[in-house]
Write a protein that binds this ligand. Structure first.
Ligand SMILES: Cc1cc2nc3c(=O)[nH]c(=O)nc-3n(C[C@H](O)[C@H](O)[C@H](O)COP(=O)(O)OP(=O)(O)OC[C@H]3O[C@@H](n4cnc5c(N)ncnc54)[C@H](O)[C@@H]3O)c2cc1C
Length: 288
């Protein structure tokens, strides 16, 4: 394999300056995607590989009443173990518990998963349901983009040359919010998702004030089900409404056949799983 330089800066400015000077640059965080890919890259991954792991400004989970912010280097294990997240955004830990196995979870970062951008990137559906934004730093300064706009297509994001993700943020859900997460896969651990579903609801009395539903592994990249969300918001929850919203989730999915499942099965699960998560979250019995 062609050789490459490896640098490990300590600040975001050093990262950006190094990136500016080189023609072809690649960042590495946990390395859980980078290293398996490296084996197939006979021309080398880049001229310079920049290790982000020593940049302290990319670390830390901050939870305030209004906003929660995750440093780009937040690992999947952090999502499971962080006490503030457990209390305020438990959907992230529920996803983390189904992500790979402990060894990978200890290394894999949230930003690395977003840049993966693939249909089965598991951290994305709950972050979409939390209506997360991505903050980036680059040669032209800082910018913040909504995660659903940042994901463009199959493994394609809106990241520009020389940019890195610095933080991922979302409005801290109210204490009484309801949520559900399900990773359907062929086994319980170390499995690629067949269908991933995340649901987050804000309720006032019996009325759904805010609804977020997202799906993974059934489109080119994970998506929000905008039409189903719109149908739920402002309505009093009942079995009929849940059924109709779940049918809209199914409509939003455009899955493919692959070795893990047929498109037909995936499509069906895009109705079954949102219905199950919504009825559980809202404590409504569905008619048989
Ligand atoms: C055995 C195994 C099991 C796995 N299981 C799962 C699973 O269950 N679910 C799942 O979703 N994924 C899984 N993965 C994939 C992988 O672990 C995740 O996508 C992980 O989150 C990638 O993060 P990382 O920090 O390791 O990224 P890296 O490998 O370090 O980097 C991946 C890409 O992201 C870029 N990048 C990283 N950080 C930044 C940043 N801050 N700004 C800009 N670019 C950045 C890198 O340049 C690189 O292109 C698995 C991988 C393996 C090897």
């Amino acid at each position: 394999m062609k050789g490459f330089d490896f640098v490990a800066p300590k600040t975001i400015n050093e990262v950006l300056n190094t990136a500016k000077k080189s023609k072809k640059v690649k960042f590495i965080a946990g390395g859980t995607n980078f290293l398996p890919e490296l084996r197939h890259q006979h021309d080398g991954p880049a001229d310079v590989v920049i290790d982000l792991m020593r940049v302290n400004a990319l670390r830390g989970v901050n939870v305030s009443k209004k906003t929660t912010s995750l440093g780009a280097l937040t690992t999947i294990t952090d999502l499971i173990e962080n006490k503030d997240l457990k209390k305020n955004a438990p959907i992230l830990g529920a996803m983390g518990a189904k992500f790979a196995g402990p060894v990978i979870r200890n290394r894999a970062t949230v930003a690395g998963n977003i840049i993966d951008g693939g249909p089965a990137a598991d951290a994305i559906p709950p972050l979409l349901a939390l209506r997360a934004t991505v903050t980036l730093a680059g040669p032209r300064g800082k910018r913040t983009v909504a995660l659903d706009k940042f994901l463009l297509d199959y493994r394609k994001t809106d990241i520009k040359k020389g940019e890195l993700i610095t933080r991922i943020s979302f409005p801290t859900p109210p204490k009484n919010h309801k949520w559900g997460y399900y990773k359907l896969a062929r086994r319980n651990a170390m499995a690629i998702t067949v269908v991933g579903v995340a649901v987050l609801l804000e309720i006032s009395g019996k009325t759904i004030k805010k609804a977020s539903i997202s799906l993974g592994s059934v489109n080119a990249c994970p998506i929000r089900c905008y039409e189903a969300e719109k149908m739920l918001e402002g309505q009093k929850a009942d079995a009929k409404l849940i059924q109709e919203a779940s049918e809209l989730c199914k409509k939003a999915a455009t899955p493919i056949d692959d070795i893990r499942a047929s498109a037909k099965y995936r499509k069906l699960m895009c109705e079954v799983l949102p219905r199950r998560l919504l009825s559980q979250a809202l404590n409504i019995q569905m008619e048989k």
